[in-house]
Design a protein around this ligand. Structure first.
Ligand SMILES: N[C@@H](CCC(=O)N[C@@H](CS)C(=O)NCC(=O)O)C(=O)O
Length: 220
């Protein structure tokens, strides 16, 4: 069976995995999860009842969680770039930044989206957005300092952390604009948008922008 990725082009985490696949130039089959492809939805749910996506299928292995998917790709299908450094200390910084971007940036965006969809009981969309904005502001401040002097998240090389950063900062800026007080972070986001792997994922997702519940801004 060829390598297959179940996901949706507009999903931030699907894009994170796609960036890694495009960086490596790995051949794979994209299996869209959506109303028009119930066979993919059925197979994805059977393999991963947790219901999150993307999901990678590699032969007889089912691999969930994007950070693990990218670690798996690095081991089983390495490309020309080392997305996780061999040096253990350098790898720790990459993995830490990957966690930071997922948990303190992307998760805040998902929270605001969840509130706008009425997922948190009595919490209104405006309250959810306000809460997410406060937390994103803190994350922006922290990243502004951490990224100083770096071309990519963890230094000179494009890594797993940049796969996470691309989509997290893309949607975070839509949710709570990264203000002029964060020039390093803004410049980094711009570099990510120009990176061929992410630029491709952005274009593939463009037709679905209407799905963004907070309203996609006229940018990017
Ligand atoms: N920690 C997971 C997060 C994946 C995630 O939240 N994916 C979203 C789509 S972007 C999702 O599955 N949403 C549906 C749900 O959680 O029910 C990962 O890294 O793969």
């Amino acid at each position: 069976m060829p390598l297959a990725l179940y996901g949706h082009p507009f999903s931030s985490y699907t894009q994170k995995a796609l960036i890694a696949l495009y960086e490596a130039g790995t051949a794979f089959e994209f299996r869209m999860i959506g109303p028009d492809t119930p066979e993919h939805v059925g197979e994805w749910m059977r393999r991963w009842p947790m219901g999150s996506f993307p999901l990678l299928v590699d032969g007889d292995q089912t691999v969930a969680e994007t950070s693990i998917i990218i670690e798996h790709l690095q081991i089983a299908h390495p490309g020309p770039r080392q997305l996780i450094p061999i040096d253990a200390a350098a790898a720790l910084e990459v993995r830490f930044l990957d966690r930071f971007l997922d948990l303190y940036v992307m998760e805040r965006v998902q929270f605001a989206v969840g509130a706008s969809l009425g997922r948190y009981g009595a919490m209104t969309a405006a309250e959810g957005l306000e809460m997410a904005r406060e937390r994103l502001e803190k994350a922006y401040g922290w990243l502004e300092v951490r990224l100083a002097g770096r071309a990519w998240a963890a230094g000179e090389d494009f890594t797993l952390a940049d796969c996470a950063a691309g989509t997290a900062l893309f949607y975070a800026d839509w949710t709570h604009p990264i203000g002029p007080g964060y020039p390093t972070l803004r410049a980094y986001r711009e570099r990510l948008l120009r990176r061929a792997s992410f630029a491709r994922a952005i274009e593939e997702a463009r037709p679905y922008r209407g799905l963004f519940p907070l309203g996609a801004p006229d940018q990017d």
